[in-house]
Every structure is written in C-alpha cells, then in structure tokens.
Design a protein around this ligand. Structure first.
Ligand SMILES: Nc1ncnc2c1ncn2[C@@H]1O[C@H](COP(=O)(O)OP(=O)(O)O)[C@@H](O)[C@H]1O
Ligand SMILES: [Mg+2]
Length: 476
C-alpha cells in the first residue's frame, strides 16, 4: 500500500469515527437533557394537579375531578387522568368512554401506588412518542389517588433528530474539507519523497549534480536538504578523487618520460662517451629515486586518509618526539650548512608537552616540516623547532610544535594553496630536493585526523613558521 493511501485511509477513518461519535453522542446528550426537562416539567404539573385533586378524592362526587381534568388538561398541555388508589379511572381530560371505570396497569401506575412519583416514555402506534408521569395523591402517608399525565413529546424528539441531522451535515462538510486537505497534505509529503527516490536512482547511475528543490523546514525539507548536502559532498569527493588521480598520473608520467628518453638515447648511440653515459644513467637513477619518493608520499597520504581506522593515538610527549626528530635531521642540516636546533627554552626543562596522538604519524608530519625548512632555507640559515604546551584548541588544552626557518619565505598569494596536493611554488627547487608537492598535504591530513590544526606565517625573504597544534587529551 502506498504511503499516500495509508495516510488518506487513516485520516478518512478518523473522520468517520469523529462523525459517528458526534452524531451519536451529540444527539444523545441533547435528547437526555430535553427529556429530563420534560420529566421535571410534567412531574411538577402533576404535583399541582395532585394538590388540586386531593380534597375531592374519596369523598366528593367524581364531577369535581372531571372538572379539574377537563379544565386544566388543555391549560397545562397534557392529558390528565385521575385514578383511584387501585388504578381505576375516575376522570379523564378527553373523557373517552372506553376508559371510564377501566383499571390502568401501567408500570408508572404501579410505581405511584407505592407512593412514588415517576415518569416513562412510550411509543404509541396512534400518537407516536408520549411521556407519562404519575404522581400519587398522598394524605397522611396514604395513597388517596393517582394523577396520571400524558404529554405528546413528538416535537421534542423531532427537534433531537433535526439536531442530529444538522450535526451530521456539519460533520460531513468538515469531513469533506478534512479529506481534501489530507489529500493535499499526503501529496505534500509523498511528492518530495518520490522526487527524492528518483534523484537517488539518478545518483546511483552516476549523475552527481542531482539536487532536489527544498522548501520550508519540516522533516521532509530536512531530508531533502540532507540529500542535497550528501550529493554535493559525493560530487566534491568524486571531483577531488579525479583531480588527484590526474595529478598523480601526471607526476608519475614526468619521471617515466625522462627515464624513457634517457634510456632510448643510451640504446641508440653505441658510440656515446663513457662520461655522457654515466651522466644519463645518473639521470635515470635520480628519476627512479623521485618515483620512489612519490610512491612513498602517495602511500603516506592514502594511509593518513584511511588513518581513522589505522591511527593509534596515545598520550605522548611532543617535546621528546621533536627532540628525536631534530636529532634525525642533524646530518642533513650539517650537510646543507644550516643550523638546526631545538628552542633552548625547551631544553632541560623535562616537563614535556603532553599530546594525544599517533607517534608514527606525528613523526611523519614533523619530519615533513623540518625537511621543508631545510629545503627552502639558504646555506648558513637557521631552523629552530619550538614546543609550547600551553596552547588551546576549541578551548581544550593543546600542545604545539613550530618549525621556524630563516629561509626564502612564501608569498601571501601562495599561502592558501600550500596544503593542496602537488602544489609547489618552485618546481625545479622542489624537484632537486626530491619534493613531490605532497608533503604539506600529508601534514594537513594528519593534523585533521587528530582534530588538530596546522598554520603558517611567512615573510618573503625573511623566513617561514609552520605550527602543528595537537590536543593534549582524547576528544570526549
Ligand atoms: N619552509 C618553507 N619555506 C618556503 N616555502 C615552503 C616551505 N615549506 C613549503 N614551502 C613551499 O610549499 C610547497 C609545498 O610543500 P610540500 O607540500 O612539502 O611539497 P614539496 O614536496 O615541494 O616540499 C613547496 O614546494 C614550497 O614551494
Ligand atoms: Mg616537502
């Protein structure tokens, strides 16, 4: 069964139920109220007649009672019968001959004989609905006679049915309006869902720029918005994946092409002098080296991408880790005649800088930053690694490590692109150092993975500072 049909049937059932309830309960309430009023009215008229009749019961001639019944009946709008204690008719408003002297055995008469007034509603084939009221005429706790009133209540009950019909009409109208509204409402829910299903099917076929129109802020709109966000994100990821594959292939093709050219030249020229041969071979080795770097960086990136599963964070001391990393780069720094030091204010303190991170990944990130600092700093320059343990990340305690160089610096316009994959400002310099343009992308990936951040400040010609900030404790 479709959602639309379910909604419609539910609402239709509710409306039918409400209509039946109003019809039945509303009519019932009015009817019992009107009957109650009629009972009270009839009983009180009965008592008045009973008081009038009392002096004449048992003693006076029946003509007095006839007078009361015949005069007052029309006045009070009811037929009056006056009975003796046994239920025999003594007087009658209509003076019907067949009732004269007859004994009435109605339930109401029997109740009155016990001294209690009562009423009853009956349906008579000739007269329709009538109400009976019997009032005993008491004298010294003895039933002296019974006043029996009979009133036509067809009008009263007719009013109730008219009211019921009106109620039914109103309920039917309201039901009709509600049914139409519910159809619209069902439509309003179902249409966007159908559209969404169609769009999801399109998405499955690979149509990534599918979006649904969203109006309002109800749950259906929220679903639509979530779908739009999701498909935008899928599209973005797809695009970045394609871009990445294109860039990676390009990066791999370049050294491969060089290797091919060099190897072909070597093969074609048998008379090539030894020195030239070894120069070409050296070229092949360095391009192979470059390919090796590239593959290693691509692997590192894939790993960091996937590290949500693989990262093994622990409580570590960022200062100790930085110290080790600085030591590791000392030979390279010496080779490049660059002074590489841990900030003296960190040394010998021994307090440490607590960070909650995966040591392998942090070593890789920090290694990349130090490698860059050494690569993009001239001979005789300085590189300082500085640790701070009193940082904050979103108001949570954090530690940071900064790599400060006195190198060539970075132009303002290049800064936003630094962390993009394969971005290099000076390709030849980067290449000479074995750079792939992936180092900072890896650093950024690792920072994000740890809910940390990496920032850069630079002044062209003066130097650059990269800072990696990591939380001190696990995210709660
Ligand atoms: N410390 C630095 N000083 C100046 N330029 C830098 C520094 N670090 C990175 N860069 C610039 O950012 C680019 C991207 O860095 P990175 O992603 O590590 O790639 P690469 O493999 O080229 O080192 C580098 O090519 C370089 O132009
Ligand atoms: Mg680098």
């Amino acid at each position: 069964m479709t959602l639309r049909r379910k909604l419609f049937l539910t609402i239709a059932l509710i409306i039918l139920g409400l209509m039946a309830a109003t019809y039945w309960l509303g009519g019932q309430a009015l009817q019992s109220r009107l009957l109650k009023e009629a009972e009270i009215g009839l009983l009180s008229r009965g008592s008045i007649i009973a008081n009038m009749a009392r002096p004449f019961l048992g003693t006076a001639p029946a003509s007095e009672l006839d007078r009361i019944a015949q005069n007052h009946g029309p006045q009070i709008g009811a037929r009056i019968l006056i009975l003796d204690p046994q239920g025999r008719v003594l007087a009658d408003t209509f003076a019907e001959p067949e009732l004269e002297g007859a004994t009435l055995e109605h339930r109401e008469v029997q109740v009155a004989q016990t001294g209690t007034a009562t009423t009853g509603v009956r349906f008579l084939p000739d007269d329709g609905w009538v109400m009976y009221a019997t009032v005993p005429v008491l004298s010294q706790k003895q039933v002296k006679g019974i006043v029996f009133l009979s009133e036509d209540i067809n009008d009263t009950l007719g009013a109730v049915s008219a009211f019921r019909r009106q109620l039914l009409g109103i309920a039917a109208l309201a039901g009709l309006i509600a049914a139409v509204l519910s159809l619209f409402m069902a439509q309003g829910i179902v249409r966007p869902l159908q559209l969404l299903t169609a769009k999801i099917n399109d998405l499955k076929q690979g149509l990534l720029d599918e979006r649904v129109p969203v109006r309002g802020n109800d749950e259906v709109a929220q679903l639509g918005r979530a779908f739009n966000d999701m498909s935008a994100e899928i599209q973005r990821q797809d695009q970045s994946r394609r871009q990445f594959i294109a860039d990676a292939s390009h990066e791999i093709r370049t050294p491969l092409a060089t290797i091919q050219v060099l190897a072909e030249a070597l093969e074609a020229d048998e008379e090539m002098p030894r020195s030239k041969q070894s120069q070409f071979l050296q070229g092949i080795v360095s391009e192979t080296d470059r390919l090796g770097h590239l593959v290693a960086d691509l692997m590192a990136l894939a790993e960091a991408d996937d590290a949500a599963l693989m990262a093994a964070p622990e409580n570590l001391d960022l200062a100790a880790l930085a110290h080790e990393e600085v030591e590791r780069f000392q030979p390279l720094a010496a080779n490049l005649e660059i002074e590489l030091t841990l900030d003296p204010s960190n040394q010998g303190q021994g307090q440490g800088a607590p960070a909650y991170a995966d040591p392998v990944l942090i070593r890789r990130a920090l290694g990349n930053l130090i490698q860059n600092a050494l690569t993009y700093t001239e001979r005789g320059g300085k590189v300082v690694v500085l640790i701070r343990e009193d940082e904050e990340l979103d108001q949570r305690p954090a530690a940071s490590v900064s790599v400060i160089d006195t190198g060539i610096g970075i132009l303002e316009k290049d800064i936003p692109h630094l962390f993009e994959r394969f971005f290099r400002i000076d390709k030849s310099r980067s290449r000479a150092s074995g750079g792939t343009g992936l180092g900072l992308a890896i650093v950024k990936e690792i920072a994000d993975l740890h809910h940390g951040k990496v920032t850069v400040a630079s002044e062209p010609g003066k130097g650059t500072t990269f800072t990696l900030t990591l939380p001190s404790s696990p995210q709660v």
